[in-house]
Unconditional design. Structure first.
Lengths: 421, 341
């Protein structure tokens, strides 16, 4: 609440300042700040931002408010409550003007009809041109049924983290670049002793086996939109996933902590996102120089996951024009570079990676390279159901000791049933 | 709380059923008029017009009935209707796309191995948790009843603490105690040379670990109930037993336990209902894992309803859970009635 009132104050101050300026300075003052014609009622905009980025977003949009006079009210929503807020807002028909959308939840937003089709507006805003962003987040891949319901904002991907010191000790000179190298390196490393592993697979990580399937060359969604798992490529991915367990290279404990495991060296290799790099840097600064990241080990491809968040305009918003201006502002490479500095969240605009804030961090070059070979998870709620079934099945074999073929057959039947819905 | 009920039950057995009904929330509103009507109307018979006499008792129970209908009956009916539809997030946004699909959700439910698994998991929790809670809380209550000294009163607060601790704090602390990498429990085991246990990471062990936390959390309240019932046992009975030369065990078995009959019944009913709806502990400690081994029926419903937004399917699950709870409770009430002739 304090945040809102402070913001109201800031907004009011900005408004008063703008009025005073326009009153005494005439048109020159308005031109200098680039505001639209005075008198056009715009906003205020309500914006949903996820996680603890509320204060950061308020700071980030301050220049936007100063420039356009559009007031922005930021509402921060914890990630755990996003689905509750979304369903409530859809059911009651009252949402914000602009919302952040985690890519894993984009399908729910679109199918629930929460987002406005903004395809007619995109052309007017140069920063929102699809050519500015990686191909993974082209409008085609993000809007399965046509239209444009959201635009890219922040990106996130998965890369291979490795402890160069531990690998070198075990006689491994370079981080594994292929599946086979990964398997053998992990096996070598886990032979270091009891409680020592070579690799780590988070048991809650549904996208990981999907990325393996992509790396094996599987197309998981057919042209007609149905989900296809029963392919040789998918089976190869399953064998890779289960093989790492069968080798004894990964911990089976579900409560294994990846940051602690990596820092202690118990799991000196794993696939994770930039947030792990931040955790290592803050928790174990003296480890600097003895770890690194690289693109994910390849099989047929070295495709990784494209995650992150989009921005969209809430369907039925009365401030679509002002909202589009905000989207355009937030897609500006300069804004995105500043956002990275403030939050550590990677930009989506390709040009933003050239800013000093990003080039100064050697890890970002790896992220940027991986983002160019990264894919979105299929955008459909049927996929969400299939994906959670896939993860359950793999874990039931790897940890629960279920019969592999029986469990996979049950998974395929489940997917058929999901496709038929 | 139930101390008066425990005593009243034996002094005037006919009132036991009334006392019981007032304590089980599900039945209270329906049966309260029975004791209220005769006593209330006898007082007003002389001074009140007949019509008003009839209305007054209903006016008294109206607020409770309205609340029950609004927050108890109506949601159940809504869930019943939703369970016959394919309502998901698309239907939420565009109600015209919702389709009635008859009993398809139930058909799917009974063919879903994950649902059956959640039923057996819940059965394990009930079968393990309910008896342990009753025995442990009764045991502790009897022990606490030995003395009324300051130390024993302090112990009472001590045992009640888990019941008033926030579930999130409990999850955090127990999650750290149980952790297989850096948890205190494994550290202690290691010190005496026992191999580490996957408290929350081994599917079978995790069930027991989660149930233990729930037991630890639930005993506090039940200890208070048993303690109140114990203290309401008339001293004369115990003295008479002592005069007859009954030992400690005989007194407990022949006097105390029968006098606690109602309290035990009450604790059994409420605990059983609570454990059939078992949700908090697995949700915060394991999220239903590892490999679904701690996914109770409630958690299964929650995951489908609020994780995958399949509201129709989840509603069907909750109607089935309701049917299970109603059946189990009805059986218990019947057994109790037969018990008392």
């Amino acid at each position: 609440m304090t945040r809102l009132t402070t913001h109201a104050k800031v907004g009011a101050t900005a408004l008063v300042a703008a009025l005073t300026l326009s009153a005494c300075g005439g048109t020159t003052a308005v031109d200098a700040t680039g505001s639209p014609e005075p008198g056009t009622p715009q906003g205020p905009l309500t914006v949903w931002v996820m996680g603890d980025s509320g204060a950061n977003l308020e700071a980030a949009v301050a220049p936007f408010t100063a420039e356009t006079g559009i007031e922005v009210k930021v509402e921060a929503i914890p990630w755990d409550n996003v689905n509750d807020r979304l369903t409530t807002a859809i059911a009651s028909g009252s949402g914000p003007d602009v919302t952040q959308i985690g890519l894993s939840q984009l399908a729910s937003y679109i199918e629930g009809g929460a987002l406005e089709d903004i395809s007619g507006y995109i052309a007017d805003y140069p920063n929102l041109d699809p050519a500015n962003f990686p191909s993974a987040v082209s409008p085609d891949s993000m809007n399965p049924d046509g239209g444009v319901y959201s635009v890219p904002w922040v990106s996130d991907t998965r890369v291979l983290f490795y402890r160069s010191d531990i690998l070198a000790e075990a006689g491994i000179d370079a981080p594994p670049a292929t599946w086979d190298e990964l398997r053998s390196a992990a096996e070598t490393l886990s032979a270091r002793g009891d409680g020592q592993f070579g690799y780590y697979i988070p048991q809650w990580d549904a996208p990981l086996p999907v990325a393996y399937a992509w790396q094996a060359g599987a197309e998981l969604v057919a042209d007609d939109g149905s989900i296809v798992l029963n392919t040789p490529e998918f089976n190869e991915a399953v064998d890779h996933y289960l093989g790492l367990y069968a080798d004894g290279s990964v911990p089976t404990a579900g409560d294994f902590d990846q940051a602690i495991g990596f820092i202690s060296g118990a799991a000196p290799m794993l696939v994770s996102g930039p947030y792990l790099a931040n955790a290592i840097r803050s928790q174990a600064p003296d480890l600097e120089g003895s770890w690194g990241v690289t693109t994910v080990p390849a099989n047929a491809t070295s495709t990784s996951l494209f995650a992150g968040s989009n921005l969209g305009v809430w369907s039925g918003s009365k401030n679509v024009d002002a909202s589009m201006q905000l989207l355009n502002f937030l897609a500006d490479p300069e804004t995105q570079a500043a956002w990275y500095e403030a939050t550590g969240e990677l930009p989506t605009a390709n040009a933003a990676f050239d800013y000093a804030a990003l080039t100064s961090d050697p890890l970002v070059a790896v992220y940027a390279e991986q983002l160019q070979d990264a894919k979105l998870l299929p955008i459909s709620t049927a996929w969400d159901a299939a994906s959670s079934a896939m993860l359950e099945t793999l874990n039931s074999i790897a940890i629960g000791g279920a019969d592999k073929q029986d469990a996979l057959d049950a998974l395929y039947a489940r997917v058929d049933e999901i496709n038929a819905r | 709380m139930s101390n008066d009920g425990g005593a009243g039950g034996t002094e005037r057995d006919s009132t036991a059923v009334v006392g019981l009904d007032q304590r089980v929330p599900e039945f209270s509103v329906v049966t309260i008029p029975t004791p209220l009507v005769p006593s209330a109307s006898s007082r007003w018979r002389t001074s009140m017009p007949k019509a008003r006499k009839k209305v007054v008792p209903y006016a008294f129970i109206a607020p409770a009935v309205v609340l029950l209908i609004l927050f108890g009956i109506v949601p159940i009916l809504v869930a019943g209707v939703v369970s016959l539809t394919d309502l998901d997030i698309r239907g939420l946004g565009n109600p015209e796309t919702i389709q009635f699909i008859g009993l398809d959700n139930y058909d799917r439910l009974f063919n879903d191995p994950a649902f059956w698994r959640s039923i057996w998991t819940t059965a394990f929790f009930v079968g393990f948790g309910v008896p342990v809670i009753i025995v442990v809380s009764l045991g502790i209550a009897v022990a606490l009843n030995y003395s009324n000294s300051r130390f024993f009163r302090a112990l009472r607060s001590f045992y009640f603490l888990p019941a008033i601790t926030a579930i999130v704090a409990i999850a955090l602390i127990w999650g750290n105690l149980y952790n297989s990498q850096f948890g205190l429990l494994n550290h202690l085991l290691d010190m005496v040379g026992i191999a580490p246990v996957g408290w929350l990471s081994d599917p079978e062990t995790a069930r027991v670990s989660v149930a233990l936390v729930a037991i630890w959390r639930a005993t506090g309240l039940n200890i208070i109930i048993f303690l109140a019932a114990l203290q309401s046992i008339p001293q004369e009975y115990l003295e008479a037993a002592a005069l007859d030369g009954a030992g400690r065990w005989a007194t407990f078995r022949r006097i105390v336990l029968p006098m606690l009959h109602f309290a035990i019944f009450f604790v059994t009913v409420t605990t059983l209902i609570g454990w059939l709806q078992f949700f908090d502990e697995p949700y915060v400690l394991t999220g239903g894992g590892p490999v679904g081994s701690t996914t109770s029926i409630s958690l299964f419903i929650f995951k489908n309803g609020f994780g995958l937004n399949q509201f129709g399917y989840a509603s069907a699950g909750s109607i089935v859970l309701l049917a299970i709870i109603v059946t189990v409770t009805a059986v218990q009430l019947r057994l109790r009635r037969e018990d008392h002739g």
